[in-house]
Design a protein around this ligand. Structure first.
Ligand code: FAD
Ligand code: FES
Length: 260
């Protein structure tokens, strides 16, 4: 798969250290919720490898946004883009969230910049008649992302902050205890995903899915840099069955498929 040139349509700044780039693609291939793109600023000849980002909102089949925290050189270069600038995008990549065939009570759990893939997922679940509750968490209230955008889709949103500055005072996963869930879909930092794994095992909620992050070089299964240990080796894959590639078999895994 080759990178394609896309265009920035609008640049938004929803939090001091976060940027949302609304972009326009040349074709109208809509990604599935949970899939991602490898993005790089500039003309593709820059020093840095492309960086993996989930897509966030879809405005039309060609218009998608990306919401990211600026943490290092790759995201700094992306954050420096302005309307009408061009960038390189390869994707959509990876396996997205499985969507249920029948309506159910779905709970989305997003920590920090884990919220982006949950917007399109929540909308797809609502289109299938699901009752959707979103739990979003952050260290402090300025880091809570996507609340207004998720509420605008008509879903109930509960918040949690580590410092108690908004919503529940404590980990966002504490909020799971008070909800009836047939399915849970989570994206966020590893300790949060670990707590969701424990919830899925203890309740139990077999239909629990986790979107993982890993440092990625290629994004399409070749470099093996994103491997995570499987909970149970896959004997059909021989020596390669101990690990799964986050970019290829993931980033979404069922809660009991991987070791965190
Ligand atoms: C499938 C996928 C989807 C993602 N979606 C989003 C998103 O929607 N929004 C968003 O803000 N971020 C997302 N990320 C994380 C994002 O890719 C990294 O923050 C980015 O690559 C950092 O690049 P950098 O050059 O700015 O910083 P670097 O200099 O590469 O890293 C800065 C710091 O972030 C850490 N880091 C780098 N990459 C990752 C990673 N993949 N996971 C965890 N820590 C990392 C490094 O260890 C270092 O401490 C996603 C990651 C994956 C794998
Ligand atoms: S990033 Fe290269 S194999 Fe996954």
């Amino acid at each position: 798969m080759k990178p394609q040139e896309i265009r920035v349509v609008e640049r938004l700044q929803p939090a001091p250290d976060c940027v949302e780039l609304v972009t326009e693609f040349p074709d109208d291939e809509l990604p599935a919720p949970g899939q991602f793109y490898m993005l790089s600023a500039g003309d593709g000849r820059d020093t840095y490898l492309p960086r993996p980002l989930s897509f966030y909102r879809t405005f039309s089949p060609r218009r998608l946004s990306f919401l990211f925290r600026v943490v290092g050189p790759g995201t700094q270069a992306l954050a420096a883009l302005r309307a009408r600038d061009r960038l390189q995008a390869m994707g959509p990549l990876g396996q997205g969230f499985p969507l249920p065939e029948h309506p159910l009570r779905a709970v989305l759990v997003g920590g920090g910049v884990g919220v982006p893939p949950l917007w399109s997922l929540g909308r797809a679940l609502q289109e299938r008649g699901c009752q959707v509750t979103a739990l979003i968490g952050a260290r402090t209230r300025s880091g809570l992302l996507g609340q207004a955008e998720l509420e605008a889709l008509g879903m109930r949103v509960l918040t949690a902050t580590d410092d108690g500055s908004r919503g529940h005072h404590g980990p966002v996963t504490d909020l799971l205890a008070g909800l009836d869930a047939d399915a849970v879909f989570a994206c966020g930092p590893e300790p949060m995903l670990g707590a969701v794994q424990s919830f899925a095992a203890s309740r139990p909620v077999p239909d629990t899915y986790l979107a993982l992050e890993a440092a990625m070089a290629c994004g399409y299964g070749v470099c093996l840099g994103c491997a995570v240990e499987r909970a149970k080796p896959d004997p059909e894959l021989g020596p390669y069955g101990t690990y799964a590639r986050v970019c290829r078999e993931g980033p979404v895994f069922r809660w009991d498929e991987v070791k965190l």
